[in-house]
Design a protein around this ligand. Structure first.
Ligand code: ATP
Ligand code: MG
Length: 500
């Protein structure tokens, strides 16, 4: 047997107007964590969809343990020992954990068509025990945390005896704590000699768990190297194709008048007595562990959830925000973390998505000024480097990171006074992140007040003037962006500051 459990050679894939893969390649060793890196739209997910039988390739060859295979379908890939954990999970929300793990392969009672529930639950418990996941197998999947759902995905992969597991941005929705659990899990899988392909835009993770990296750019193979021979700067240079001068291009502006104030805002069961102000010229970070109530505060400001008490003031006037539509009309925008659910209409084009939230600004008499609309969309595609063959591409066909940029464009186009960014750079490559931060600077310069919710402490520290930290539904403290440290934030976020 050769050195590699998987070889993908000379893979090419053309979509209408886009050469997604151009003679790309990848070799995987058993027991290694192979990180697949590249900018948004570089072709990473497409490469993995081909491997998982979800998409056919135009030309190229795939070998497993040295033997050429023709992968016909996702089911076939699974039989060959290839499991894929998608960027968006593939679980059935209302089915139990056990049902999800054995979906389509349920054990039967003897030769009857009846499902052997007892055995299925027992088998499910066993695979979960292999990865030391303590999850009740009878619970419906939609009651689980994202991390637990991920464990179910991995258990599913193990239960079909996967030799190769692909994880496409598995960490994008995890907290630090959950990430540690995922990394432990990956170590367990490595010991079982499973080859893992790991896609992530968080470069620090590469150094924590990666064995080797392959970098792709514009559908092509750039290089494959051992992680231990590389620095963060090396990786960025390989990805972006040039030196990135600054990851966090923070600019400071004079504080202007107060734009938004929360006064004792509460929502029963979610958060309590939250008070703070946002001024013109500043970016305020709102951070804390996942579940601390940050997103809930944002949703209440935006009118997506009802507050139970307290008040919201916009430009010193008390306002009632009854619905998101109401919020947008008054000048408050919320860029959500869940682009599929709330941010984008996947069946609409880049142009339509961009202008959707502010069509009234495009009216010429009773009609929409199409020329103006196209110009606006074109400008955002350029400014945000959205990788798309044209503004008429449907959002669904864009890569994950580029979809996120379209959500951003949509909110920029609303010309809000207050913008709330909830995990704005999730799934965005390092180069594009820096571009988004520059754009935030522009907005702040023009008088927009920004509230930035993020779990990525380096970006909070790098871009915020002030940092508010939440713990269990309450504000635990405030730090100045210049003086704060990760440790100080974590102390507040975990409640350790109060105990001390
Ligand atoms: N079904 C499709 N139809 C048309 N174009 C597509 C389709 N799927 C992907 N593409 C295009 O192929 C290119 C590669 O996309 P892919 O999703 O593989 O990128 P990626 O490296 O995974 O990026 P990201 O980091 O943003 O997830 C992109 O330009 C994308 O728009
Ligand atoms: Mg992708």
């Amino acid at each position: 047997m050769g050195e590699y459990c998987l070889e993908m050679i000379g893979i090419t894939k053309q979509f209408p107007g886009v050469l997604a893969l151009d003679n790309a390649r990848l070799e995987l060793r058993p027991g290694e964590v192979h990180c697949l890196l590249g900018e948004n739209g570089a072709g990473k997910s497409t490469m993995m969809k081909i491997l998982a039988g979800a998409q056919p390739m135009d030309t190229g060859e795939i070998r497993l343990d040295g033997e050429a295979v023709h992968i016909q379908s996702p089911y076939h890939a699974q039989q060959l020992g290839i499991s894929m954990i998608y960027q968006e999970f593939n679980l059935s929300p209302y089915l139990s954990v056990a049902e999800n793990i054995f979906l389509g392969r349920e054990p039967r009672i003897g030769r009857t068509p009846f499902v052997d529930w007892r055995r299925m639950r027992q088998d499910a418990r066993e695979v979960l025990a292999q990865i030391r996941a303590d999850i009740d197998v009878t619970r419906p999947v939609n009651e689980l945390s994202v991390a637990q759902q991920q464990m179910v995905e991995v258990a599913k992969a193990l239960s079909v005896n996967a030799k190769i597991i692909v994880m496409d941005e598995p960490s994008a929705t995890l907290t630090d704590h959950e990430l540690t659990a995922l990394f432990d899990l990956i170590k367990t899988l490595r010991r079982q000699n499973i080859g893992i392909i790991y896609i992530s835009h968080r470069l620090e993770e590469i150094f924590q768990i990666g064995s080797r990296v392959t970098v792709m750019r514009d559908g092509q193979h750039v290089d494959t190297r051992n992680v231990c021979d590389l620095t963060r700067e090396d990786i960025i240079r390989m990805m972006v194709g040039r030196e990135l001068t600054e990851e966090y291009p923070k600019e400071y502006f004079a504080l202007g008048r107060e734009r938004l104030r929360l006064d004792g805002l509460s929502r029963k069961g979610a958060f309590e007595d939250v008070s703070f102000a946002l001024h013109e010229g500043e970016i305020v970070g709102l951070t804390g562990l996942v579940g601390a109530g940050r997103t809930e505060v944002a949703r209440a400001i935006f009118g997506a959830d009802k507050k139970t008490s307290g008040s919201i003031l916009l430009d010193n006037d008390s306002i009632e925000v009854r619905s998101p539509r109401d919020a947008i009309r008054q000048g408050i925008g919320l860029l959500t973390e869940d682009r599929k659910g709330q941010g984008l209409v996947l069946g609409m084009t880049v142009r339509e998505n961009t202008t959707l939230a502010n069509l009234s600004s495009l009216l010429k008499g009773p009609f929409i000024d199409r020329k103006k609309e196209r110009a606006a969309a074109e400008r955002f595609v350029q400014d945000l480097h959205i990788k798309t063959p044209s503004i008429e591409q449907v959002a669904q066909n864009l890569s994950g990171g580029n979809q996120q940029k379209v959500v951003l464009a949509k909110w920029l186009f609303t010309q809000s006074k207050v913008l709330i960014f909830d995990e704005p750079t999730r799934g965005i490559d390092v180069g594009a992140k820096a571009e988004i931060f520059k754009l935030m600077n522009e907005l702040v310069r023009e008088g927009v007040a920004i509230l930035m919710i993020s779990s990525e402490l380096p970006e909070v520290l790098g871009m915020c003037d002030r940092i508010l930290v939440m713990h269990e539904g309450r504000l635990a403290g405030e730090l100045s962006g210049k003086e704060a440290t990760q440790e100080a934030i974590m102390r507040l976020a975990t409640g350790a500051a109060n105990a001390a």
